[in-house]
Design a binder for this molecule. Structure first.
Ligand code: BES
Ligand code: ZN
Length: 601
């Protein structure tokens, strides 16, 4: 087993194989109180269990009801190191260690929202976000993706609430004003996939194994938006092998959820900003479905190999979308991912020498939330697409993908393990593989050494329209009507805007004309609004400032917050207002987002 710089647990000596949770969710104190029984198995003789924690209020550890001594040491960046004296335990022996505890005053994995911050404003809401290293703030655990355990849980919530977890629900029981829900996750999972949500939630069935959960007033629109879920799941199974998790449900969270989607097993969490009304953002669901194999079944052993989770998932996401909507769609998505996400990230957000632009990162003393970027997603998926093209057969590469997933299912992998598997599978293509500069792709910062080839058919029209705006005279742009734009798909509209952005700042005259002609801020697709705000903010067009501040207040996705706040903070005219807006928003923001944005100021 390899070392994980993000965890101080002693998983090399002893591992957790199962966690049994008994939780009570208290919306008054905004804490979870209860116990966890950790089933441990010694890999070698030891007398200590070292766990990760973060601001937990520990009441005591015990074994067979006999208290155990424990100590807590500060670990500045990553919380606390909890050492429990469990008594000598021999290699191969099992033991059940119980801990009574309460989550801290503001557990980094949890957001308790007052009812005013929900859609229907009827009940408060709770959701968790454990990836990458926040599970330790809700349970003392081995918070490394290299260790997998099954779990079971009993969770009490006030009776009006519905509680869901990243597991299969086994029913509920009413006890007075509380309801206790029972869950089972029989498949061993890494701690970061532990998840809970509680609120006023209603369910709408999509298929035998898929349903959408959301607040009552949005559940119908959510079911419409995600109607293709079962089709995507079938395409994914065809590409990746059997779906082992039983159910695939989705839950729509409040807008402060910091991500587009989170692949919690059995229950993907999604942002309400995906509800564009036209299914145009459903690729996020394809992405989270893909994680059921790449990430949840075959897991990166440490966050330094995060690209094995996200690069593979983006690759598989686009394969799924390609199966549903055609290879052209896949090519378009891959090309825009490379040109509009990866390259600007390497050149603008970082620089081509920045260590975070490496595929394999060094996370010693680095919080994974800080190093998070599109690099593992887009450089990683570009690498796989490049290899696929060098192999010269999509069918064979898809066979490899299946073989890789079958070989490492239920395990955790490093990049070396993946590479060895690739070399073994393509033993007949040794010369082709020898020609690929693995070292540069994996270990060097900056732009990849090779660019995959993309079919550019679908982007031509986007480039042409963008060129009109960029190269045209004021009179020319005045003559542009909205028609060419309105008939495009949302993804094409975003591409037009990205091409305009790449060309450099537009004059104020053109910015005004663009805004007027396409009414971009009235779009229901947040990617379009975001792409436009990026253009206007980067051009430092003061008229857009109120809309930009409104956007960062309405949408909680870090994908939008991080670049927008960064650009607003570095714009002298906007800086003070942006800081004031941020400070005003903090009480309603997610703790992870607050942390990330604070570090940008
Ligand atoms: N697992 C990630 C979200 C994540 C990553 C949370 C790292 C915390 C730490 C999820 O699958 C994801 O990648 N979401 C993307 C979806 C997009 C790439 C389609 C997002 O939120 O934007
Ligand atoms: Zn992902």
């Amino acid at each position: 087993m390899i070392a994980d710089p993000s965890s101080c647990s002693n998983f090399h000596e002893i591992v957790i194989t199962h966690i049994d949770l008994d939780w009570d969710v208290d919306f008054e104190s905004k804490r979870i109180a209860g116990s966890a029984e950790l089933h441990v198995n010694a890999l070698k003789r030891t007398d200590k269990l070292v766990l990760d924690g973060n601001q937990l209020v520990l009441k005591g550890f015990s074994h067979d009801d006999k208290p155990l001594n424990f100590s807590v040491d500060k670990n500045d960046l990553f919380g606390e190191k909890i050492t429990v004296d469990i008594g000598a335990i021999d290699e191969g022996q099992e033991r059940k260690i119980k801990v009574q505890y309460t989550t801290g005053e503001s557990a980094s994995a949890l957001q308790f929202l007052d009812k005013e911050l929900t859609k229907d404003k009827e009940l408060p809401f709770l959701f968790s976000q454990c990836q990458s290293i926040h599970a330790r703030s809700i349970v003392p655990c081995m918070d490394t993706p290299g260790i997998k355990q099954s779990y079971s849980a009993k969770v009490s919530v006030p009776s009006l609430f519905t509680c869901l977890m990243s597991a299969v629900g086994e029913g509920s029981e009413v006890n007075g004003d509380k309801t206790t829900y029972t869950f089972k996750q029989p498949v061993p999972i890494p701690a970061y996939l532990l998840a809970i949500v509680a609120g006023r939630l209603e369910k709408k069935v999509i298929s035998d194994r898929c349903a959408v959960w959301a607040e009552p007033s949005v559940v119908d629109s959510a079911a419409y938006e995600f109607a293709d879920t079962e089709k995507m799941l079938k395409a994914a199974e065809d590409l990746a092998g059997p779906y082992v998790w039983g159910r695939y449900d989705l839950v729509v969270l409040p807008p402060s959820f910091p991500f587009g989607g989170m692949e919690n097993p059995c229950l993907t969490f999604v942002t309400p900003s995906l509800l564009a009304g036209d299914r145009s953002l459903a690729n996020v669901v394809a992405h989270e479905i893909a994680h059921s194999w790449t990430g949840n079944l075959v897991t990166n052993a440490t966050w330094e190999h995060f690209w094995l989770n996200e690069g593979f998932t983006v690759f598989l996401e686009r394969k799924i979308m390609g199966r549903l909507y055609g290879e052209g769609h896949r090519q378009f998505a891959a090309l825009t991912g490379y040109e509009d996400n990866l390259l600007p990230c390497i050149h603008d957000q970082f620089n081509p020498c920045h260590p975070y632009t490496k595929l394999i990162t060094d996370l010693k003393n680095v919080d994974p939330d800080d190093s998070y970027s599109v690099v593992p997603y887009e450089k990683g998926s570009a690498f796989l697409m490049y290899i696929e093209q060098q192999i010269g057969s999509n069918e064979r590469f898809e066979q490899f993908l299946k073989a890789y997933l079958a070989k490492f299912k239920y395990q955790a992998v490093t990049t070396d393990m993946w590479k060895a598997c690739l070399e073994e599978f393509f033993a007949d293509k040794k010369a082709v593989l020898d020609n690929i500069d693995f070292h540069k792709w994996l270990n060097d910062p900056g732009v990849p050494p090779n660019k995959p080839q993309y079919d550019e058919t679908l982007v031509e029209a986007c480039r042409k329209l963008a060129k009109k705006w960029v190269d045209g005279s004021d009179a020319d742009v005045n003559a542009i009507t909205k028609d060419d734009f309105t008939t495009m798909t949302s993804a094409e509209k975003v591409k037009v805007l990205q091409c305009i952005r790449t060309a450099g700042p537009l004059s104020t005259y053109k910015l005004e004309a663009l805004d007027r002609t396409y009414s971009l801020l009235s779009s229901r697709n947040c990617e379009i609004k975001f792409a436009w705000l990026q253009i206007a903010v980067k051009a430092r067009w003061s008229q857009v400032l109120p809309a930009a501040l409104q956007f960062v207040t309405t949408y909680g996705r870090l994908k939008y917050l991080r670049p927008l706040y960064r650009n607003l903070f570095s714009w002298p005219e906007a800086r003070n207002q942006a800081i004031a807006q941020f400070q005003q928003n903090i009480p309603s923001m997610h703790p992870i987002s607050v942390q990330v944005i604070k570090r940008l100021m």
